[in-house]
Design a binder for this molecule. Structure first.
Ligand code: DAH
Length: 339
């Protein structure tokens, strides 16, 4: 019996040492220690062993089982370790390789210009608000004192959805929506997309952006308008910038003006940028027409205000010395990556 057990043990250990895989180890475990395994068979044969020898044989069987189990465990650990080392080797990372270039995009020149304008007005206590791009004719025209026969309503300029609904041609309707809310005073700018049925060329696009401004309070005068817009121009184009208010006509303001700034390229001497003029037009503005105030439920005897409208693309083109508006929309990364 003793020899038999020793033979089983030696044979099992040799097989274990040659196994080479976890699956194989498992097969060996079953073959020797399983229910029908060789050691179990030996135990079954205990009946034929003399009772006084049984404890001794039992002990021998246990020792053999323990020896085989220990060997199995040892090989299992060895194989796992080898597998892990092989894996680590195959997954080696070369930390000296140059990193992949991370091509992060950046803000569009329109966005950069808009954020600059917003920063300036927020600094003066203005709120940034928005209005709908698909707008009622009433807000886009009527409530801004633009009557039905006004040239701005000409179908050539306006995209009509139906009789009463248009794609807004200007951000000025946001003025009306803000005034109708009835919360005074108002200090707001309203940036957004506007639409006109224009052919595309270097200075026109059927879709572009404006930034509307509106201030309504008691005792607001043209002096407030001038001071505000002068400060705006200086912050946007540099502190040496001078402004000029040229009389103009807008139906929703009275009096109205267009604002020119001294050319920031030549300082006013005249150059290619300002087409020899020394001045560049940047926006329209005026004192809100009493009729417009009244239509929006504000008493012009008690309140007054000023408004202005800036073309965002115009600011971006000027600031970055771009000579063709189409470049802003073509999405050519060779152009866009310059800003
Ligand atoms: N809405 C005008 C336009 O699209 C621009 C404008 C002029 C807006 C004068 C104003 C303003 O608020 O006071 O041409």
């Amino acid at each position: 019996m003793k020899e038999k057990l020793k033979a089983i043990r030696d044979e099992a250990i040799t097989k274990i040492q040659q196994s080479g895989s976890l699956d194989k180890l498992n097969e060996i475990r079953v073959a020797y220690l399983g229910k029908k395994g060789e050691l179990t068979e030996v135990l079954k044969g205990m009946k034929s062993v003399a009772p006084e020898d049984r404890p001794k044989v039992g002990q021998l069987v246990n020792e053999t089982r323990t020896a085989i189990e220990e060997k199995l465990e040892e090989l299992k650990t060895q194989l796992a370790k080898a597998a892990r080392e092989a894996q680590l080797k195959s997954e080696v990372i070369d930390v000296t390789l140059p990193a992949k270039k991370n091509n992060v995009g950046h803000r569009h020149p329109n966005t950069i210009a808009l954020e600059e304008v917003e920063r300036i007005f927020i600094g003066m206590g203005y709120e940034v608000v928005e209005g709908p791009e698909v707008e009622y004719d009433y807000y886009n025209f009527e409530a801004l004192n633009i009557p039905a026969n006004h040239p701005a309503k000409d179908e050539q300029d306006t995209f009509y959805i139906n009789d009463q609904i248009v794609l807004r041609t200007q951000t000025s309707p946001v003025q009306v929506r803000e005034m109708e809310k009835g919360k005074l005073p108002i200090r707001m700018i309203a940036p957004g997309r506007v639409f006109r049925s224009d052919e595309v060329d270097a200075t026109h696009s059927p879709s572009f952006h404006q930034i509307e401004g509106l201030v309504i309070d008691k005792n607001i005068t043209f002096a407030d308008l001038k001071g505000t817009l002068e400060q705006f121009a200086k912050e946007l184009f540099g502190e040496h910038t001078k402004v000029k208010f040229r009389p103009h006509h807008f139906p929703f303001t009275e009096p109205s003006a267009e604002v020119d700034v001294t050319c920031f390229k030549c300082g006013g001497k005249g150059c290619r940028m300002c087409k020899g003029e020394g001045w560049i037009e940047i926006l329209g503005c005026g004192m809100v027409h009493p009729r417009v105030l009244r239509m929006s439920g504000i008493n012009p005897e008690e309140y007054s205000g000023f408004a202005f409208g800036v073309g965002l693309e115009r600011i971006a083109l000027l600031k970055y010395e771009i000579d063709d508006m189409r470049l802003l929309y073509e999405n050519d990364s060779r152009f866009l990556s310059q800003f």
